[in-house]
Design a protein around this ligand. Structure first.
Ligand SMILES: Nc1ncnc2c1ncn2[C@@H]1O[C@H](COP(=O)(O)OP(=O)(O)OP(=O)(O)O)[C@@H](O)[C@H]1O
Ligand SMILES: [Mg+2]
Length: 218
C-alpha cells in the first residue's frame, strides 16, 4: 500500500477567521508578475514596508531568495545523497521546472493567506496557466494578480543584474522576453505602469485596491 493513502488532512483548531479577527485584516496573495527588471521586487518591498508600518502582517516571497532555499537549483542542494537527490528536487529554468517553481511558491503563499497574512510574491511567473493554477487554489478575491507592465526596452536598459546582456550574448538560454515567452495576464486585478511611476506611488495604488476590497481597513 502506498504511503499516500495514510496521509489525512489535519483540521486546525485556530480558525482563519480567528486569525483575521486578531490581525484586523484579511489574508490574501498579491501575485506580482512581469519581465525581469520590470520592478516586481522593488514594488513588493515598498508595499511590504508600508503594510508593516500600518501594523499589517505581510511577507515577501522573492524569486532569487526562494531559488536559494525552497527551490534551490540542483547544484546548490548539498546533501548526503549526491546527484540523485539534487537532480530530482532541485529546480532550474526549463518549462517544467518553472511550473514546479510556481506551484511550490503558490502552495507556500496559500498557507500564508490561510493564516491571515498578506503574502507578496515577486516572480516573473511567465506562463499564464501556471499563474491560473495558483489562482484556482484560492477563493475568489484572494488571488490578486498584479501585472508589472514595463516595456522590455525599459527592462533591458535597467538590466541591474546584467542578465539581458548575457541573454543577448547567448550566455543564458531560455531567458524570458528574449528567447522564452512572457504571457501577460489577460485579466489582472491590477496593472502597474512601472516605467512611468515611482515604486512608492505604485505601492500606494495597491494599498488603495486592498482598502477598496476591504482586505485591509482604512
Ligand atoms: N517604478 C520604477 N521606476 C524606476 N525604476 C524602477 C522602478 N521599479 C524598479 N526600478 C528599478 O528597476 C530595476 C529592476 O527592478 P526589480 O529588481 O524590482 O525588478 P524585478 O521585476 O524584481 O526583476 P527580476 O525578475 O529580475 O527579479 C532596479 O534597478 C530598480 O531600482
Ligand atoms: Mg526581483
Amino acid at each position: 500500500m502506498s504511503n499516500e493513502t495514510n496521509v489525512t488532512w489535519h483540521e486546525h483548531s485556530v480558525t482563519r477567521e480567528a486569525r483575521e479577527k486578531r490581525n484586523a485584516h484579511k489574508g490574501c496573495v498579491i501575485w506580482f508578475t512581469g519581465l525581469s527588471g520590470s520592478g516586481k521586487s522593488t514594488v513588493a518591498n515598498s508595499l511590504d514596508h508600508k503594510l508593516h508600518q500600518s501594523k499589517i502582517q505581510s511577507v515577501v516571497l522573492d524569486g532569487d531568495n526562494v531559488r536559494h532555499g525552497l527551490n534551490a537549483a540542483p547544484g546548490m542542494l548539498k546533501d548526503t545523497h549526491g546527484d540523485e537527490f539534487s537532480n530530482r528536487f532541485g529546480l532550474g529554468f526549463s518549462a517544467i521546472d518553472r511550473e514546479e517553481n510556481i506551484r511550490r511558491i503558490g502552495a507556500v503563499a496559500e498557507i500564508f493567506a490561510q493564516t491571515g497574512v498578506v503574502a507578496l510574491t515577486a516572480f516573473i511567473s511567465p506562463y499564464r496557466t501556471d499563474r491560473d493554477k495558483v489562482r484556482n487554489t484560492l477563493k475568489d478575491g484572494e488571488f490578486i494578480e498584479v501585472f508589472v507592465d514595463t516595456p522590455i526596452e525599459v527592462c533591458e536598459q535597467r538590466d541591474p543584474k546584467g542578465l539581458y546582456k548575457k541573454a543577448r550574448a547567448g550566455e543564458i538560454k531560455g531567458f524570458t522576453g528574449i528567447d522564452d515567452p512572457y504571457e501577460a495576464p489577460l485579466q489582472p486585478e491590477l496593472v502597474l505602469f512601472a516605467a512611468e511611476k515611482t515604486p512608492d506611488i505604485l505601492a500606494d495604488e495597491i494599498i488603495e485596491y486592498l482598502k477598496d476590497k476591504n482586505i485591509i481597513g482604512g
